[in-house]
Design a protein around this ligand. Structure first.
Ligand SMILES: Nc1nc2c(ncn2[C@@H]2O[C@H](COP(=O)(O)OP(=O)(O)OP(=O)(O)O)[C@@H](O)[C@H]2O)c(=O)[nH]1
Ligand SMILES: [Mg+2]
Length: 502
């Protein structure tokens, strides 16, 4: 037994008079039988001690496993679907919170709907300007000389005038005083300010606002949900049965009244064939844009409308800053694992906030909206969205700080890609390298996957790093739930591996 002996050597060597050393020393007159017995007992004791050591090690491993905090960063350009993915995580892991907050989303859904309507009106306006062109990167300009005239335009404008005020009101309510763009949701005192008291800071109160310039955003403060969920000025805002907010329809200042009154005109406008034609001429594809609710006007403008899960998932609220969401996995093999998911703002002026999170992150879910090959960035209309995604992807996968971070790629908005290709929009017209390959969903999606895969292979600082790509439509709850479960298990496995625990 050399080891214990060695530990007694050197400056810290125990003296021979040390009682422990003396006790451990074999007796001076030991017989061969006694020696054999002693060695056997010592071996047994060591076996037991080693067993205990092993048990302690395993317990520690288990403990670390249950305590492992997994940090995941959602990255991607603006409107790529990061916040929607986060909502799906919430729906899976804390459904009660998700449902408790759905009333609060009413404000965003209303604003999304109102913005679509004011955007149409601005586009139809005879003096409508070029700003009202869609995000679509135009490859051929429509002949404006011969454009469709919407004969009922003035009547629509008049009947829908209250929506311009409502847009200003909602934007104002969702704004933070120190920021250019709206940054939070909901009246702070739990009630809607009186209509005439609050007119937005803004641009659209005169009915000529350029609504698409400013998007509604969510800030790192989470108070909006609480504030908005307080509901109305009614005496009993909570249902005694479900505990859910109710009774807002009794508040005369609630936006639902304006919306409800304008619903018939909205429906007529959206169904008007001349309007459809004019929007086509102007290449405005509202169905594809974020927060699209025009196909469900009657349901959404109903006085007692409560947002459904898909409504909340479709609601568009731009993220500003970085928001942290903790989750605890409560069942299955990874029970007890804590997650921290960071949702970031993806527009160009928000990306500087990402880097500080790179040092401690365990995994990245990168979202690339592959349907956006014919669109341009909202913040810089000279830049094609797909090109921006590819560049951003290259930046992320080549980043040395992220060399050991698991990377999951969501090739997102596959539903929109399919619809777009089926409508005849050609990838090759926007991406010369696609050449004369078939313009169907299977070929295009595979091509995209390959394109992103090659960049990863070429630029990753760690050749061992595996890439986990998925085709996703993150507004689809059923499919996304399966993908999230897979991704979650892979991320945790990689995370534990890095701790050398599995
Ligand atoms: N049809 C469809 N819509 C999607 C999909 N993913 C996201 N969206 C919608 O696209 C819009 C933008 O999604 P967000 O999740 O807000 O995008 P984001 O990446 O968080 O954007 P920023 O906060 O600006 O960085 C929302 O209205 C979503 O409902 C998808 O796969 N299919
Ligand atoms: Mg977001």
């Amino acid at each position: 037994m050399d080891k214990p002996r060695n530990t007694f050597e050197g400056p810290r060597r125990r003296s021979l008079s040390d009682p422990l050393t003396a006790a451990l020393r074999p007796p001076p007159n030991e017989t061969p039988e006694q020696r054999e017995e002693r060695i056997r007992t010592e071996a047994e004791a060591k076996k037991i001690s080693d067993g205990i050591d092993e048990m302690i090690k395993q317990e520690k491993a288990e403990l670390r496993k249950t305590r492992a905090d997994v940090s995941v960063l959602l990255l991607g350009q603006s409107e790529s679907g990061k916040s929607t993915t986060l909502k799906q995580f919430q729906l899976l892991h804390s459904p009660s919170t998700f449902h408790a907050e759905r009333i609060a989303w009413r404000a965003v859904i209303y604003l999304n709907l109102v913005k679509s309507v004011t955007r149409i009106l601005n586009a139809l306006s005879p003096d409508g300007d070029a700003e009202e062109q869609d995000d679509v990167a135009s490859i051929s300009h429509s002949t404006e000389a011969n454009h469709t005239t919407v004969t009922n335009y003035e009547s629509y404008r008049q009947r829908l005038q209250p929506l311009f005020n409502l847009e200003a009101r909602l934007s104002f309510l969702l704004s933070s005083p120190d920021e250019d763009e709206p940054t939070q949701l909901g009246p702070q005192n739990g009630a809607w300010p009186h209509q005439t008291n609050v007119l937005g800071p803004s641009n659209s109160q005169n009915g000529n606002g350029h609504s698409r310039k400013k998007e509604v955003t969510v800030h790192t403060s989470k108070n909006w949900k609480k504030a908005f969920a307080l509901g109305s000025k009614t005496k009993n805002p909570k249902s005694p049965h479900t505990g859910e907010i109710q009774g807002w329809w009794e508040d005369p200042d609630d936006p639902v009244h304006d919306l409800n009154a304008c619903a018939p005109a909205m429906l007529e406008l959206w169904r008007d064939p001349d309007v459809k034609k004019r929007l086509e001429e102007k290449k405005i594809r509202l169905q594809e844009s974020a927060g699209f609710y025009l196909d469900e006007i009657s349901r959404i403008t109903a006085k007692k409308y409560i947002p459904t899960d898909p409504d909340v998932l479709k609601a568009r609220l731009k993220t500003i800053g970085v928001m942290e969401y903790p989750f605890l996995i409560s069942s299955g093999t990874n029970k007890g694992v804590k997650w921290k998911i960071y949702d970031v703002g993806g527009s160009r002026n928000q990306r500087h906030a990402w880097a500080p999170y790179f040092e401690d992150v365990d995994a990245i879910i990168f979202l690339a909206p592959i349907s956006a090959f014919d669109q341009v960035l909202e913040e810089d209309r000279r830049v094609n969205r797909l090109e921006d995604s590819l560049l951003l992807w290259k930046g992320v996968v080549s980043n040395k700080l992220l060399a050991n971070v698991s990377i999951v790629l969501f090739l997102n908005k596959c539903d929109l890609l399919r619809t777009k290709l089926e409508a005849g929009v050609r990838l090759a017209a926007h991406m010369i390298s696609y050449g004369d390959r078939p313009n169907d969903y299977e070929s295009v999606s595979k091509y995209m996957r390959n394109k992103f895969g090659v960049i990863h292979q070429q630029f990753t600082p760690s050749k061992e790093r595996e890439l986990y790509p998925h085709y996703t439509s993150v507004t689809d709850t059923r499919r996304t739930a399966t993908i999230i479960a897979d991704v979650r298990d892979i991320i945790i496995k990689q995370h534990l591996k890095s701790f050398k625990l599995v």
